[in-house]
Design a protein around this ligand. Structure first.
Ligand SMILES: Nc1ncnc2c1ncn2[C@@H]1O[C@H](COP(=O)(O)OP(=O)(O)OP(=O)(O)O)[C@@H](O)[C@H]1O
Ligand SMILES: [Mg+2]
Length: 178
């Protein structure tokens, strides 16, 4: 029996309430980096939690142009997101990492934050993006604080905000760089 089958994967959510903030791009690039850095020893799965299906589209397009992505992408409904830590029970080839490409709203966002070991919040240094990033950070803190039931230990979800620079000249972006 493959002992990876008995291990839970590390689940990382790319999540924020702001659309177009690079959740999908970050999920795909991080998945590529994890495979590359481990020289293919670590197996990665991207869970596409956005009904728009951009990560899935990316996977199909890469295959069509003859440069397939080195990992699978699964469509993940909110109910699937709740069970990602146990996904190896249902896979022939177990994975070490699951990256959730979250939707920017609704149950998909909530379940992504609730069920990840680490939440990566991509954000530009603009005021609107940062407000949404702060909202997701608060959600992580709410999830981490009270035990969800008396018999289950809470899974501490850790937030990490990652900024991207786009040469913006807004006052907030200049202040953030300083
Ligand atoms: N390094 C980069 N710098 C600037 N823009 C980028 C970079 N990488 C990707 N983009 C662009 O940013 C846009 C948003 O990216 P992406 O689709 O990953 O965001 P998203 O948060 O997943 O959006 P949605 O909420 O619609 O799912 C895309 O048009 C993408 O081409
Ligand atoms: Mg997306």
């Amino acid at each position: 029996m493959n002992d990876k089958k008995t291990r839970e994967p590390m689940v990382i959510a790319l999540a924020t309430g702001k659309g177009g903030s690079m959740k999908t791009t970050s999920a795909v690039f991080m998945a590529c980096a994890l495979v590359d850095q481990s020289r293919g020893e670590q197996r990665v799965l991207v869970a596409d939690a956005d009904v728009q299906g951009d990560a899935k589209d990316w996977w199909y397009l890469a295959a069509e142009i003859g440069d397939p992505l080195p990992f699978d992408v699964m469509s993940a409904a909110p109910a699937d997101i709740k069970h990602l830590h146990g996904i190896n029970d249902r896979l022939d080839d177990p994975v070490d990492w699951v990256l959730i490409d979250s939707a920017p709203y609704g149950r998909a966002l909530d379940e992504s934050v609730n069920n990840a070991d680490l939440v990566v919040i991509p954000s530009s240094p603009s005021r609107i993006d940062l407000d949404q990033a702060a909202g997701v950070k608060s959600l992580c803190e709410i999830v981490a604080s009270p035990p969800r039931s008396s018999c289950a230990a809470p899974r501490p979800t850790r937030p990490l905000c990652v900024m991207r620079w786009r040469g913006s000249t807004t006052r907030t972006s200049r202040a953030s760089r300083r």
